[in-house]
Ligand binder design. Structure first.
Ligand SMILES: *Cc1c(COP(=O)(O)O)cnc(C)c1O
Length: 411
């Protein structure tokens, strides 16, 4: 089974012309919208008229430019509908709050983005009485055992941050269906590459901030699912999007929509560079994890499930044994070799490096980190595609020599 290339569905959606025939859509910079017929206003409040029929009410509800980006995100994800939010966390928190009431439970992967972990582990129990049972999401029996009558969703990342283990598709989707609960998947690391909706996910969330934006200049997110679910999120009385208001600005939506056409080129470039560098590091005897390497525990299943046109993603990890060694290498790579930046985040055109345990996964306790497979010297590298491979490799090799991680060969 090789995944269908979502770009085929996306191409025709771009054909929304600007107001004056512009090749790009116009930016609808309005927070409120007029109606021609006074009957339309109550119809919109009653949900009988909406953006699918060209009726707009108020920008926190729907805006045409943001709505158009939502249709593009739905095509990317392979879902019926999508809604774009002010951030990835805005998307994730709205989904959980929409599906759960006080007293309900979530079953979640124990290796998720630190912010998502803190939301589920700290914030939601304290503020809303929503509890999460964390499990090794690659262990389907553990997931099954954690589900109770109160469980309202299963939550995982398509590949875990930062361990890069692949979620157990399609078994997770089958289990969710059997128990009558939705499977929610964060696909931030693998847009285009993995298509969770085709692998059993009911709802797909994205931090657009990362690969989809690609320039580390914008914070944004998206929720992809059924029309009905997007409607629930937007309900005037109980919809977390409508009432908590993590709304995307139309100018941001316009900027992102101009980057989606070259997302395929960028994902391919990230994947080719990551595979080449990860392979060379492994050949030097270093401890590298990358789904594109045959040594990765999920390589074969990933190869079966992904859209091969876009490779295995732009992120790999390098375990340097201690935080001190990892820090020394990053320091040299940034400040001496100019190989990349010591910064959190990923999906940038240049390389970003961070020590996960003391940064984006620092919300986890030491025990939780070790359960999730995050060691102190684990360096997460989101590889950029600027410069040539040989130029970047020579910078990386010099830094490895300089830090005494790899001995210079006699030749
Ligand atoms: C960054 C990230 C988020 C949060 O997204 P924001 O846009 O920063 O709110 C969620 N999930 C994953 C996997 C991420 O990498």
């Amino acid at each position: 089974m090789t995944a269908r290339n979502p770009i085929e569905d996306l191409a025709h959606l771009r054909h929304e012309f600007g107001e004056h025939g512009g090749v790009n859509m116009s930016v609808e910079a309005s927070s409120t919208f007029t109606v021609i017929d006074p009957e339309t206003m109550p119809a919109m409040f009653e949900g009988r008229a909406g953006p699918d029929r060209g009726c707009y009410l108020y920008g926190r509800h729907f805006n045409p430019t943001v709505y158009n980006l939502g249709r593009q995100m739905a095509a990317l994800a392979g879902t019926e509908a999508a809604y774009c939010t002010a951030s990835g966390m805005g998307a994730i928190s709205a989904v959980v709050l929409c599906l759960c009431n006080a007293g309900d439970e979530v079953v979640a992967s124990n290796a998720v983005y630190g912010g998502s972990f803190a939301l589920l582990n700290d914030f939601l129990p304290a503020k809303c009485g929503i509890r999460t049972r964390f499990v090794d999401i690659t262990d389907i029996d553990a997931v099954r055992d954690a589900i109770t009558d109160k469980t309202k969703l299963i939550y995982t990342e398509s590949i875990a941050n930062p361990t890069l283990r692949l979620a157990d598709f399609p078994a997770l989707g089958d289990l969710a269906k059997q128990r009558g609960i939705p499977l929610v998947v964060d696909n931030t690391f693998t847009p285009l590459i993995l298509r969770p909706a085709a692998l059993g996910a009911d709802i797909v969330v994205h931090s657009i901030t990362k690969f989809i934006s690609g320039a580390s200049d914008i914070i944004a997110g998206a929720i992809c699912g059924t029309e009905e679910f997007i409607g629930d999120l937007m309900d005037l009385h109980m919809g977390p999007l409508m009432l908590l208001g993590p709304t995307m600005d139309p100018n941001v939506a316009a900027a992102i929509s101009l980057r989606i056409p070259h997302l395929p080129l960028r994902m391919t470039a990230h994947g080719e560079r990551a595979l080449a560098v990860a392979q060379r590091l492994q050949d030097l005897g270093l401890k590298v994890e990358y789904p594109g390497l045959a040594s990765h525990p999920d390589h074969a299943r990933f190869a079966e499930l992904h859209c091969a046109d876009y490779g295995y993603g732009g992120v790999f990890t390098l375990d340097l044994g201690s935080e001190e060694r990892a820090n020394r290498l990053m320091d040299c790579l940034q400040n001496k070799e100019r190989f990349g930046y010591m910064a959190v985040s990923l999906g940038y055109f240049d390389t970003l490096m961070s020590c996960s345990g003391s940064s984006t996964s620092s919300e986890l306790s030491d025990d939780e980190k070790s359960a999730a497979g995050i060691s102190a010297g684990l360096l997460r590298i989101s590889i950029g595609y600027t410069g040539t491979l040989e130029q970047r490799w020579s910078q990386l090799e010099s830094a490895l020599h300089e830090c005494g991680i790899v001995r210079r060969s006699a030749a």
